[in-house]
Design a protein around this ligand. Structure first.
Ligand SMILES: [Zn+2]
Length: 151
């Protein structure tokens, strides 16, 4: 058992979930990329390499179980863009670039600094969705303008 498999097993145990082979494999793949939010089909492709017998139904059922137990957060930018991210207890802003369609998970220090309290309410999970233009696209936009100025 590698480090991520052990962590997956321990996480499942701590939530009172039976750590079956598939559950460990699925969670291990999420733990491998703790800062990335993966679509179910991306997760499926990566899991399928090591566990070719896994079905999509098994994956979806377990993702739902993980979501219900606050192991993962399901982030949806509409029907076509649903992703799963590791819930590490921090609050994030999920930002999607309207130009390159990439999604970024940005740490929201301004909120977690307050201990997750808003107006006396204890907030345990929060998904802030943000839309705009990412750093990379802004740079290439500015780069384009700069070239025009040069001409
Ligand atoms: Zn972009």
């Amino acid at each position: 058992m590698n480090k991520n498999q052990k962590m997956a097993r321990d996480t499942l145990f701590s939530k009172g979930i039976n750590p079956s082979y598939y559950r460990i494999v699925i969670l291990e793949n999420i733990l491998k990329n703790p800062r990335k939010c993966l679509k179910a089909n991306e997760l499926y492709s990566s899991i399928h390499k090591n566990a070719p017998t896994i079905s999509k139904a098994t994956l979806y059922n377990n993702l739902l179980l993980f979501e219900e137990n606050a192991i993962v957060d399901k982030i949806s930018f509409g029907q076509d863009d649903v992703r799963y991210c590791l819930n590490d207890g921090k609050f994030y802003i999920y930002f999607r670039c309207k130009q390159c369609q990439k999604m970024y998970r940005l740490e929201s220090s301004w909120f977690s600094a307050d201990g997750g309290m808003i107006d006396g309410n204890r907030i345990e999970r929060m998904h802030i969705m943000a839309y705009g233009v990412c750093k990379k696209c802004l740079q290439s936009e500015l780069g384009g303008r700069y070239e025009k100025v040069q001409v």
